[in-house]
Write a new protein. Structure first.
Length: 588
């Protein structure tokens, strides 16, 4: 037997599972360079046209199925696929390759679409993920041209963990949750459409592991830890036993979680904690409500842009926002303005000019540069504010000038709406994301000009530690437990508390129960977490006292290294898990 192999990737959908591996082919289609006789060109073009039509029908079926299961915004991913497939330029290139170059249609499809995909892959930041969509279309076209179907996924009839080079969004959407316990891929990132669908389906998933399929065979045992982004191949008995104990403890805790839905997140010493949800799509609002949320603490609006082939209109924005607001009567809905880079906004900026998008024209910087789009979004947010407790939040504020400029644009849009007699909340709360060390250090200045703050730990960790969280070579340095990060969190919460301004934490850190006691001990009283994390975080809040959490926070702050902090926090969580059943019984 081969030795145990532990792989670190990117966690995109939480959960832990142990099962047998189902290994999918990593090579895909290998298409040789072939030519067709001049006399056969018309016949081959008809075959190509038929394959395009069949592929369009398949995508449409996937779109309709996903729409019924997850809602309109998830289905928009496949609507974008249809737009790509029917793109006039692409179609003309394929036809020309067959008619003018006498290429075999399969070769024309593979050569042309892979060239498109490589262009996307060469771009920085999230847009490189669109290459996976191109590969999805290529595979579908080739299946129809060759008369082949990838039946492996459809034929699954027993519990497995799917291991693949990559899974396309459509393949992910078609995973049978009765049998697929989780999946892991060599490629992918947290912003990919595959990751989005996995999170919506709540299937534990880890992506971006790098080459590993050569080290595993079908039927072998695998542990997939979607909480930590870890996959363990050929785990030894001790490791399996440890994970099984954790799974059993989690199942025991889960028995009482649903009973906590209508109970407040109140600590044992009577401190009320607000637990709100992070969402990407309107349909997720109901998921948050069904788990007992106190509102929406972070409504990411980027996917209005990423899942549509066209620029979203004011009505597109308003329809999405109003659906969430109406689903949350009497509860706050915090809408974050666009948090994308210039590579998604069809600007004149070229990839050469935007070599490092994380440090470039993105988020509020881009919005202030693209005022028409910014005003469109703000108009829709303000219109939605007439329907409920809507709050607006600006991302990546790093200077006071940016904050003031954003507020000036908001005030101007308010004035315009008022002139036209359009209803909106004139006192709508305005907040900012705290995501950079600069924002933390100047927070005593910023705090005077906002109604609330939200600490985005994902970017704060990245900028504080100078670590690209998507780079596997430095992934071990990207750590929420790092003392530098904890000190910045402490300062942010202290400044907010002294100013009497509410503070929230909305990054991945807040959704991990390992950090809940630490955050409460640092003074946090509001967390915004993924829908699936709401019950667990609420239970931890109801299982501890703030006094105990302060001791934990003080101990963690006294430590020198991230690993020491993480080990300590894990020990504290295990202590809580041992008491979970008794605490749930007491609460109910």
């Amino acid at each position: 037997m081969r030795p145990m192999l532990k792989l670190q990737g990117i966690a995109v959908s939480p959960g832990v599972t142990i099962g047998e591996a189902l290994v999918l082919d990593s090579e895909g289609f290998r298409i040789p360079r072939r030519f067709v006789a001049r006399s056969a060109v018309d016949t081959e073009l008809e075959r190509l046209s038929k394959a395009v039509a069949e592929t369009a029908m398949e995508i449409a079926r996937n779109r309709d199925a996903v729409h019924a299961e997850l809602g309109e915004q998830y289905a928009a991913i496949f609507e974008a696929h249809l737009a790509m497939l029917h793109d006039e330029r692409l179609q003309q290139e394929l036809i020309s390759a067959v008619r003018d170059r006498n290429w075999w249609p399969e070769y024309a499809v593979s050569r042309t679409l892979r060239r498109y995909a490589k262009v996307f892959q060469g771009l920085d930041n999230h847009i490189s993920q669109r290459a996976h969509d191109i590969y999805d279309i290529e595979k579908s076209l080739l299946r129809n041209l060759l008369g082949q179907r990838r039946e492996t996924l459809a034929a699954i009839s027993q519990p497995v963990i799917v291991l693949a080079h990559n899974l396309t969004p459509s393949e992910t959407a078609n995973l049978d949750r009765r049998f697929v316990q989780g999946f892991a891929t060599e490629l992918g990132g947290p912003g990919s459409h595959t990751a989005i669908v996995a999170e919506g389906l709540e299937i534990p998933a880890v992506v971006g592991l790098g080459p590993f399929l050569a080290d595993v065979s079908g039927g072998e045992p695998v542990i997939l830890d979607g909480n930590q982004g870890i996959v363990i191949l050929q785990p030894d008995e001790e490791t399996i036993a440890r994970y099984r104990l954790e799974l059993e403890a989690a199942k025991t805790v889960a028995v009482g979680l649903s009973l906590l839905r209508d109970l407040p997140a109140e600590t044992l010493d009577g401190v009320r904690v607000q637990i709100t949800g992070n969402i990407e799509f309107p349909s997720e609002a109901q998921q948050c409500l069904s788990r007992g949320c106190d509102g929406i603490g972070l409504y990411r609006t980027e996917f209005l842009y990423l899942t549509s082939p066209r620029e979203p209109t004011e009505e597109d924005h308003f329809a999405a926002y109003s659906e969430v607001v109406r689903a949350m009567p009497g509860k706050p809905v915090v809408i974050r303005t666009l948090d994308l880079g210039a590579d998604k906004m069809r600007t004149a900026t070229t990839p050469e000019e935007e070599r490092n998008p994380c440090l470039g024209l993105r988020s509020i910087r881009l919005s202030l540069r693209q005022l028409p789009q910014f005003r469109t979004q703000l108009r829709a947010i303000l219109r939605a504010s007439a329907l409920g407790d809507v709050r607006v939040m600006f991302p990546l504020i790093s200077t006071i000038v940016e904050l003031r400029q954003a507020r000036m644009v908001l005030a101007d849009v308010m004035e315009d709406l008022a002139e036209h007699g359009i209803a909106f909340n004139r006192t709508m709360p305005v907040g900012m994301m705290v995501e950079t060390p600069a924002a933390v250090m100047m927070l005593d200045v910023f705090i005077k000009e906002v109604d609330f703050i939200s600490i985005g730990t994902n970017d704060l960790i990245q900028y504080t530690l100078a670590v690209d969280r998507g780079n596997k070579d430095v992934a071990d340095l990207y750590n929420a437990s790092d003392p530098a990060v904890l000190r910045l969190l402490q300062r942010s919460l202290d400044v907010a508390r002294e100013a009497g301004v509410s503070a929230n934490v909305c990054g991945q850190m807040s959704g991990s129960v390992m950090y809940t006691q630490l955050l409460l001990g640092l003074g946090l009283r509001q967390l915004s977490v993924p829908p699936s994390s709401i019950p667990e975080v609420k239970q931890v809040c109801r299982s501890v006292s703030v006094a105990e959490c302060r001791v934990i926070a003080e101990k963690a702050l006294s430590m020198d290294g991230a690993q020491e902090v993480k080990a300590y926090l894990r020990d504290q969580l295990r202590r809580l898990l041992a008491q979970a059943v008794a605490l749930c019984d007491t609460a109910v």
